[in-house]
Design a protein around this ligand. Structure first.
Ligand SMILES: [Mn+2]
Length: 279
C-alpha cells in the first residue's frame, strides 16, 4: 500500500511542459521485445529532463530477442536519445538486469558515455543513501529455477498483449483511465502476492544490513514507493505495462510518475504521487 498517494489530473491537453529533475530512475524497458512501450517512453523522456539517469536493468531484453528478432526504429530512437543525453552532460548509468545480463561482463567500463555499474549507492539531495540494483538476485524463482521464470515470462507477455486489446476495447466503449490485466492478476493471484512481498522483504532485509536509508530497484514490474521495516522501498515499475518511472526532485524528494498516452477519452497525463514520509 503506497503512502501519501494522490492523483493529479492535468487539464487536457497540456502544453509541452518540461520537468527538470535531479535524477530519473527507469527499469524494465525491455527494448527488443514486442511488449516494450517505446513510444510512451520517448514522450516521457521528452517531458522530463534530468541531471542523472539511472537505468536499473532489463533495459534491453536479450531473452525476447533470442526467441524472435524484433527491433523497430523506435527502439533505436530510445537508445539514441539516451546516448545523446549522455553526450550532453547528463550522467547516464546502467545497472544490467537478468534480461540484459550479458552486459554484466562490461561492468566498470562505459559505452558511448553510458557507465555500466554492478551495484551502486546513490546519495540523494537530502543526504539519504539508496542502494540501486535491478533485483533479480533477490528473486528465488529466477535465481534457482530459470526455466520456470522463462515460462512465466511468456505468460506475462501474453497477459500484457491481451491487456492492450482490452484497453483498445475500453477506449472504444468510452471507458477512461488506466487498468491493467497483468497488474490485476499480480494483485489477485495469491502466489503472485506472496512472491511480491517475499521479494520486497528480502531486498529491504539486505539493504538494511548495509546501513542505507532505502533502495531503488526494478525487476518485478510493480511500481511503488513505501516504507518497509524503517527503510524506503522504491520500485520503478516498467515500460511494458505500467509505464512508470521514479524521479528525484532537487530537494531529494522521490516521486512515482505514471505516464499515460494522450487519449481522447482520458486526460492527457496522469501523475501519481507517492512520497516517502520524512525520517
Ligand atoms: Mn528482471
Amino acid at each position: 500500500m503506497p503512502m501519501d498517494t494522490a492523483t493529479h489530473k492535468s487539464p487536457a491537453p497540456p502544453e509541452k511542459a518540461t520537468h527538470r529533475v535531479r535524477s530519473l530512475f527507469l527499469s524494465d524497458i525491455h527494448l527488443g521485445s514486442r511488449a516494450c512501450r517505446a513510444e510512451e517512453l520517448l514522450e516521457f523522456l521528452k517531458d522530463y529532463e534530468a541531471s542523472n539517469i539511472f537505468l536499473l536493468g532489463d533495459i534491453v531484453d536479450f531473452w525476447a530477442m533470442s526467441r524472435s528478432l524484433y527491433w523497430p526504429a523506435q527502439h533505436n530512437t530510445v537508445v539514441q536519445k539516451l546516448l545523446k543525453k549522455a553526450r550532453h552532460h547528463v550522467r547516464v548509468y546502467l545497472i544490467p538486469g537478468n534480461h540484459d545480463e550479458a552486459l554484466r561482463d562490461y561492468v566498470g567500463s562505459s559505452f558511448g558515455d553510458i557507465t555500466l555499474l554492478r551495484d551502486h549507492v546513490h546519495t540523494a539531495a537530502d543526504g539519504r543513501r539508496y542502494a540501486l540494483l535491478h533485483g533479480d538476485e533477490y528473486d528465488q524463482v529466477t535465481t534457482y529455477h530459470r526455466w520456470v521464470s522463462v515460462l512465466g515470462d511468456i505468460s506475462y507477455t501474453l497477459l500484457v498483449r491481451l491487456n492492450r486489446l482490452l484497453s483498445f476495447i475500453r477506449r472504444r466503449i468510452g471507458v477512461s483511465g488506466h487498468w491493467s490485466l497483468a497488474d490485476y492478476a499480480k494483485r489477485n493471484v495469491l502466489r503472485a502476492v506472496s512472491f511480491i512481498s517475499d521479494f520486497e522483504t528480502s531486498v529491504v532485509h539486505n539493504v538494511k544490513k548495509r546501513g542505507l536509508d532505502g533502495v531503488i530497484c526494478g525487476h518485478i514490474h510493480t511500481p511503488v514507493i513505501k516504507r518497509i521495516d524503517g527503510l524506503t522501498y522504491i520500485n520503478c515499475g516498467d515500460w511494458v505495462d505500467s509505464c512508470t518511472a521514479i524521479v528525484e526532485h532537487y530537494d531529494g524528494r522521490m516521486q512515482l510518475v505514471r505516464w499515460m498516452q494522450p487519449d481522447a477519452a482520458a486526460s492527457a497525463c496522469d501523475v501519481e504521487i507517492a512520497e516517502a514520509p520524512s525520517r
